[in-house]
Design a protein. Structure first.
Lengths: 683, 561
């Protein structure tokens, strides 16, 4: 066997494994239970299980790409290590004042999000840089030195530094960073301009503080796993998945852990893009429906959409990440009646424990999963591939008691209603991700994954007007597939405001040259061979006076006046596409240049398989469809027995260990030569 | 029931989605920092009676305001049969349902084929609408004619074509026309996005179903509010509260709120409230109603969707010619001193029956400050408008959050770096002020200090602050929050206290404008505050050692610092 890549994604309940053989493109997937307290142990378990499943030799593993939620979980569970923050004197409360906008207009019992660093460990430094980048006051070494002991005594393991206007000129931040490293040996230091060189002090400060707080955690974790992995996989290069869809070396992950904060969903979005390219579908909507939430991503003309306006738990994180819209609608979402008998689904979820009523673990509230059981879409004896059986009667009783009874409906009609509302919740988010961005749903393919995605996708696509649904071979572990397809990636950005005539080659050229050099150096440090290095340039522009920029690609080659004009032209076009209006006669402002440094890992094309066109029906059972206004006898297939080229007419159910696909009456599904199911939605 | 509960939920969800898409369009494409950073705008879809079908309301004070404006427009200015596809109607008239002149509303009819089926609307706070002072907050106005351009409902676009002469008339009367025109374009683009969204829904569900869902939603909100009100003991609960002064005459303004709850209805009677003033501290009935609706909903049940149905069980008696129902030509730009005071007073009245659902008084004012550069000699003139907030009132079982938007507005601050990149201003300080939260078993939220240095040759300052003399009250033995103040050159040799409603104060290069916002009131006696909370506040410097000792009686280890 030739070189092998391993992808391992450690989630809350399960660890997903993907093994990719580079020569043949053969992919093997699997799952092992996660060990909450010992993620390092779970990683090694998963490595061994992966090798076993793929019958691969440990020595052949050239690359291990790892997705971890340790940073995300520490933030959500408020278990970040003790951290200090240095700011410009007089501005230490910016972190806690925030933007002072409350998320709920009416709720008088709401609270502000807790700041990552409490006031007692936030310190002012006398220094100042103005908006043009001129240093008005340099930091004083003696004053900063006095803080060394204070910081040490505070028990802080990390320090973030965020000075006003450091995104224009980082000198003062860099000086204080160096003093700290010397003065407080062993402490982790994050300077805001290195984590996120962008305007808006609160968002940058929040990002730097989160990054600093995550540094000790990630460093310790990596020190734990790196030798263990080396012992098992002597030839593997270890990479970590980040939120921008690329991977990081261990060294970079230690310095910039905040970049991993949404790496799980990012892996999914990347897998959507790569599979889309393989099946020649440039425009895709990824719908990853899990137990508690659904992640929605959009790929347009083959490109993932990036944003720097993400966040976690109400805390902004201003680093480039794949734009993913997460909504609180999942298989475990609870259906409930308000006190005027209005029916709602979510955002509260039964989670894995107690889980849906059908799990028999004490849950009495009906969930979307319970509704799918009552509708016959899920089979109670073949739950999670038969590893688990569930109680259909308990599901029915919960729906009858809590929903159908009070509303005077049948259990089936109530269950259908619950599914329809869950779909409508997703539909609203899908519209935000597609129609609002100016994309036509008729040009889009919906790629459904996550355990519950394929069950809801066909109805969702029909509602939005998307003509085609693609269900990959292993929808339940699809996010982990993204790991083995990722390239090494670093994003660099520099804010430099240029107006109208100033947007010229002689201004833009040096900016992009310098970003390009930084990008190249980063890949050099990562040990990426020159022929594998690539750069993607883009620019953020807006009309003079606007606050939000629009990102457009910058053409390759040297940046002359013609290239600059081209960037402006692309901006007008994009603005019109996004917001239905543009002003070619108005002054344009260039705000930031961006360069993504890519170390290509050139994932192989997926393996094609032989066509024989057979599809054997496993059984027939009654399944409820709204279109038929009741239960109809429905053919059930085993996904494993579908061979390439086989066609299935709806209504049908296709079962596999990690998911169940529902095909509605009037729809047709076809298995392609890459192992995907393509569902034609029809009118 | 006209529609089944599933369709009802699905359609309502989709309609709110349309309003949200409109809101996103405004946010992304507007020009002035008032809209784009402070988020002072709202969007909605209405039926032909002017009732809200769906809204993305960012600011509570906009509640009902657009609806009232649209109803007045239909009744008095442009009847329904005069609306044509592609028309855009614009108005900002406070005496026709608006609130104050800077809030410009736009409406666009939605035609399905030949039938007018719905109307989309937006409201945006514009940076300047003309009048005596930059930013159109003239604290010394005595008639609305001095406050700026008043636009009765009029078609800005006729069948898709802009009325260039009307546009030119608006442009000629305002200070920063490029911003205002840009923001109007953003509002118009949002209307078109809303129209397309509504049409798609109509195609899918039919007008009839959508209207049935509207009736159903209205009935549900009304029914839910009545049920909640019936859970509260019938009775009359009364409170009054004051505004410092009107900025022209130095006397407090009394607002009386008598609340009567009776069999599922709630009556608010303002009889006894002071007469309207010859100053901008006046609220039109529309502003007063919005404040009442907000206070009732947030206290009684914040989960009830705010549509036309919730207005029905609420009866308002606001005598004409008082500060809560001013008559023309009273100026109104400072109406928020009144509306915040209404909300705080209503919470105090209701604290008697539902103490667990109210807060002690919050900072109590949209602390407006407008810094402007004069321009001239080759320099551009400019206007920077911002609003700062203070501490929340404490709750029965929780402290009040420090420096957080509460009450009838909900604003984001403008990032310092964004301001410094745009205007010749430099910030010196933005931090909590210790000891400003009202003492109590639960502490009120802290106010903040924000200092700004003026770096242009010459310019002016106009402000609308309040609660500099009358402090945010505590409840059930809780202490008062700190009053606010504004000071010119606080760290120089001659610091100068300014009036809360400062008018046209000249700026010179290097002047520093320092604002200190109000703290929230405390809840319960301070002796009952647990020691750990006092120690934490002391450790974080949110209270001083003296305060910990004198107010909370903290002795021993924690008291040393």
């Amino acid at each position: 066997m030739g070189a092998v890549r391993l992808g391992i994604d450690i989630g809350g309940t399960f660890t997903d494994i993907t093994v990719l053989e580079e020569d043949t493109g053969r992919m093997t997937v699997g799952k092992v239970p996660s060990r909450g307290s010992d993620p390092g142990g779970a990683l090694i378990d998963a490595v061994e299980r992966g090798l076993e499943l793929a019958a691969a030799d440990a020595g052949d593993v050239a690359m291990l790409v790892h997705g971890t939620t340790i940073v995300t979980n520490a933030v959500l569970e408020k278990k970040l290590p003790r951290t200090a923050l240095l700011t410009t004197e007089g501005f230490r409360d910016v972190l806690e004042i925030g933007r002072h906008f409350r998320p709920d207009m009416y709720d008088l019992m709401q609270d502000k999000p807790e700041p990552v660093v409490p006031r007692e460990r936030r310190y002012g430094v006398t220094e100042r840089t103005d908006a043009e980048g001129e240093v008005l006051q340099e930091p004083n070494r003696d004053e900063v030195s006095e803080l060394f002991a204070v910081i040490r005594d505070s028990g802080s393991q990390a320090v973030a530094i965020c000075f006003l206007n450091s995104f224009v000129n980082p000198e003062n931040e860099a000086v204080v960073r160096d003093w700290l490293r010397q003065g407080v040996p062993g402490i982790h230091v994050a300077a805001s301009h290195e984590v996120c060189r962008e305007i808006r002090e609160f968002e940058r400060m929040s990002t730097a503080a989160l990054n600093a707080a995550a540094m000790p955690l990630v460093t310790q974790y990596l020190e734990d796993i790196a030798p263990k992995v080396k012992a098992v996989l002597p030839n593997a290069n270890i990479l970590l998945m980040q939120s921008n869809g690329g991977s990081l070396t261990i060294d970079a992950a230690r310095d910039y852990p905040v970049r991993m904060i949404t790496s799980g969903p990012a892996g999914g979005a990347l897998a959507v893009q790569r599979l889309g390219a393989a099946v020649r579908r440039p425009n895709l909507l990824g719908v990853d429906m899990g137990g508690t939430s659904t992640d929605i991503s959009l790929i347009y003309k083959g490109e993932l959409r990036m944003t720097t306006e993400g966040g976690i738990d109400e805390l902004p994180v201003k680093v480039p990440m794949i734009e993913i819209n997460t909504i609180g609608a999942g298989a475990g979402s609870i259906a409930w009646l308000d006190d005027w008998n209005g029916l709602h689904v979510g955002p509260r979820s039964a989670g894995a424990d107690p889980g849906p009523a059908a799990y028999g673990r004490g849950g009495t509230e009906p969930t979307v999963t319970d509704a799918n059981l009552v509708l016959g879409r899920l089979h109670p004896d073949r739950f999670v591939g038969g590893d688990m059986t569930v109680d259909l009667e308990a599901a029915r009783k919960a729906i009858e008691a809590k929903i159908a009874g009070p509303l005077g409906m049948s259990a089936a009609a109530a269950a259908a209603g619950i599914v329809r509302i869950a779909n409508a919740n997703m539909e609203r988010a899908v519209r935000v991700s597609s129609a609002e961005k100016g994309y036509d749903p008729r040009d889009i393919t919906l790629l459904a994954f996550g355990g519950a995605g394929p069950m809801h996708a066909a109805a969702l696509a029909a509602a939005v007007g998307i003509p085609e649904v693609l269900v990959p071979e292993h929808p339940g572990v699809f996010s982990a597939v993204g790991l083995v397809m990722s390239d090494i990636r670093h994003d660099f950005g520099q804010t430099k405001v240029l107006r109208g005539e100033e947007i010229r080659g002689d201004n833009l050229g040096p900016l992009f040259d310098s970003l390009g050099r930084e990008a190249n150096e980063a890949l050099e440090r990562d040990g990426v061979a020159e022929q594998r290095r690539d750069q993607r340039r883009s620019a953020d522009l807006r009309y003079v006076g606007q606050a939000y920029e629009v990102n457009v690609p910058v053409p390759e080659g040297p940046i002359d006046d013609k290239a600059a004009a081209d960037v402006i032209r692309r901006f007008h076009e994009r603005h019109r596409q996004l917001y239905a209006h543009h002003h070619p006669d108005k002054d344009v402002e260039f705000v930031s240049g961006r360069v993504a440094a890519i170390g290509s890992m050139s994932a192989p094309e997926p393996r094609k398989r032989d066509t024989n066109g057979g599809a054997e029906r496993k059984e027939t059972r009654p399944v409820y469809f709204e279109r038929a206004n009741g239960y109809v006898d429905t053919a059930v297939y085993d996904r494993n027995t579908l061979s390439s080229g086989s066609e299935i007419k709806g209504p049908a159910i296709i079962e596999q260990t990690d998911s169940t696909t529902v095909i509605h009456p009037g729809q047709r599904a076809r298995a392609d030569e890459l192992g995907n199911l393509m569902i034609a939605i029809g009118e | 029931m006209r529609v089944d509960p599933v369709t009802l939920e699905v359609v309502n969800n989709a309609l709110v989605g349309v309003a949200e898409q409109m809101a996103a369009t405004i946010l992304r494409t507007s020009y002035s920092t008032v809209i784009r950073e402070m988020l002072d705008y709202s969007t909605a879809v209405f039926d032909l009676n002017g009732r809200i079908i769906a809204q993305s309301c960012r600011i509570p004070i906009h509640l009902n305001s657009m609806s009232r404006s649209l109803r007045t427009t239909l009744d008095e200015a442009i009847p329904i049969d005069e609306w044509r596809p592609g028309d855009v109607v614009v108005t900002n008239d406070p005496y026709k349902g608006g609130q104050h002149l800077p809030d410009v509303q736009t409406f666009l009819p939605v035609f399905a084929g030949d039938d007018l089926v719905a109307i989309c609307g937006t409201l945006g706070h514009h940076l300047d609408i003309g009048g005596m002072r930059p930013g159109s907050y003239a604290g010394d106005a005595v008639e609305i004619f001095q406050e700026g351009l008043r636009i009765p409902p009029v078609k800005l676009f006729r069948e898709g074509r802009i009325d260039e002469r009307l546009f030119a008339m608006i442009e000629a009367n305002i200070r920063q026309p490029a911003m205002t025109i840009g923001d109007l374009r953003a509002q118009t683009a949002a209307l078109e996005i809303g129209r397309d969204g509504v049409l798609e829904l109509i195609e899918r569900y039919g007008v009839r179903t959508i209207m049935d869902c509207l009736e159903e939603a209205i009935e549900a909100s009304e029914g839910r509010l009545r049920d909640r009100l019936r859970e509260i003991p019938d009775g009359t609960y009364e409170s009054s509260y004051f505004v410092d002064d009107d900025g022209v005459v130095d006397e407090p303004i009394r607002i009386v709120t008598k609340v009567t709850i009776e069999d599922g209805t709630i009556r608010i009677d303002f009889t006894g409230t002071d007469p309207q003033r010859r100053s901008p501290i006046n609220a039109t009935l529309s502003s007063c109603e919005s404040a009442v609706y907000f206070a009732i909903l947030s206290v009684i049940d914040p989960s009830i969707p705010a549509n036309y149905g919730v207005y029905k069980p609420i009866r308002i008696t606001a005598p004409e010619g008082t500060v809560v129902n001013a008559l023309p030509p009273a100026p109104v730009v400072g109406r928020n001193a009144i509306t915040h005071t209404i909300v705080n007073s209503l919470m105090r009245a209701l604290s008697e029956v539902v103490p667990e659902r109210v807060t002690a008084a919050y900072y109590g004012m949209s602390n407006v400050h407008i810094l402007a550069g004069d321009g001239g000699n080759g320099r551009d003139s400019w206007i920077f408008f911002d609003i700062e907030v203070g501490g929340w009132g404490a709750r029965q079982n929780k402290d009040g959050p420090d420096c957080y938007s509460q009450g009838i507005h909900n604003l984001a601050n403008t990032p310092i770096e964004m301001v410094e990149a745009t205007y010749p201003l430099r910030f010196k300080r933005y931090e909590f002020i210790p000891d400003t939260g009202g003492a109590g078993r639960q502490r009120g939220g802290l106010g903040v200090r924000r200092d700004i240095e003026f770096l242009d040759r010459s310019g002016s300052l106009n402000t609308q602050f309040d609660k500099f003399k009358i402090a945010p009250f505590g409840l059930f033995g809780g202490g008062e929050g700190a009053t606010g103040s504004i000071v010119m050159n606080p760290d120089g040799p001659d610091p100068e206290d300014l009036h809360s409603k400062t008018v046209d104060r000249a700026f010179r290069y290097g002047d520093v404008f320092s604002m200190r916002t109000q703290g929230g009131g405390g809840f319960g006696p301070s002796e009952e505050r647990n020691r750990a909370s006092v120690e934490r506040d002391l450790r974080e410097g949110k209270i001083s050692a003296d305060h910990a000792r004198e107010v909370y009686g903290l002795k021993g280890k924690g008291a040393r610092s």
